[in-house]
Ligand binder design. Sequence first.
Ligand SMILES: Cc1ncc(COP(=O)(O)O)c(C=O)c1O
Length: 455
Amino acid sequence: MQKMSLDTQSWRDLDARHHLHPFTDHKSLRTQGSRIIVRGQGVYIYDSEGQEILDGMAGLWCVNVGYGRKELAEIAAQQMLTLPYYNNFFRCTNDQAVTLAHKLTQLAPSHINNVFFASSGSESNDTVIRLVRRYWALGGESERNIIIARKRGYHGSTIAGASLGGFAAVHEQIGLTLPGIYHIDPPYWWGLGGDLSPEEFGLKAANKLAEAIEQLGPHRVAAFIAEPIQGAGGVIIPPDSYWPQIQRICQHYGILLVADEVITGFGRLGEWFGSQYYHITPDLITVAKGITSGYIPLSAVLVGDRVALRLVEEGGEFYHGYTYSGHPVACAVALKNLDILSEEKLLEHVKQEIGPYFRQRLAELADHPLIGEVRSQGLVGALELTPDKKRRASFPGDGKVGLICRDFCFKNNLVMRAVGDTMILSPPLIFTRQHVDKLVTLARQAFDLTAREVL
Ligand SMILES: Cc1ncc(COP(=O)(O)O)c(C=O)c1O
């Protein structure tokens, strides 16, 4: 392994001089300096100063089986020696991609029997747009090309992914976003629910889809895309009334339903897919991150029979594919990662053991003066920071309090992320009760310190 050995300051200087980080205010990072992460083991990461940090975010919602898994490293090395790369174009395939495609269709809902591989969630969502438009064009309805998505939805950072995403500030920086994408409100009860009960609000939020379809013209709407639980938008967990109504509306209008399961796939909600948790039957499912537990880039679109049959039977050549579609090393790592999830019964662990405990312990934080709503499902959760719980009020300053809290967490060696003034968590699925206890203790300390500054 090539390794430079530098002290922390030298790493920071080099980083500041040469490295443009994702989603970062570069000027302020360069004055503050970055934290240099050098190692990971289990649920902990370690920085260049030797600090042990509890990773409450599983990297970026992805290191589901935890850090330091020898089996994943070994399988990657073996596959690199056997076949490090070959493309899946020109009537070729490779054994790892075929095995993984088969395996994924066994885990997915039964109407899903085909898989298209890519290397990131963003690329897969680009593929989704291509598939959706192709599906309707092949059916003689090219004018059906509008995709409805949601505000606060996150679908990646390519122009297609970011256009699907529902963040106005991102759209402004893109300038010309992809046309034909329309955003409706999310099922965000804490922020938008007003006087309605969560269930009433869930229906109201779902009905926004029907209203949008009517407004845009049912013959022009191709698909609805949504995360089962909105992650990067602030872990928005929909009320129980939401998804059944969305499914009914999609069926009623005949539009395709796309579930972006880049976060909810592979066990985070205690099922292989969030679609199974919510009993929905999407035509397309986007997966990435947890498919390899982040050890190597890989993503996929799981393609339901409705779309796949038309594409295969009537489509001719589909002019779409990536150099690394079905990369043999990434697919081999994914297969091993899926084995680990099964052998260690991590889905059952989330569903029956650690998910309920995480929910119970997190809920205790609702007694803190700074915390409004606490919500969680499986191993994903959110805590709303508020100056006034009763009114569900927001702090002025556009997320400043969230950043203060995040910085206190970071100083205290806990990774908890802030989305505006919502603190979010998504720990590795191997979390134990002791890890949850430690997380809750560190989080409470950060809330105390934050409250002292802002309340
Ligand atoms: C739901 C969802 N979709 C898509 C993406 C984009 O994935 P990537 O960063 O691999 O392109 C993300 C990333 O966080 C995500 O959370």
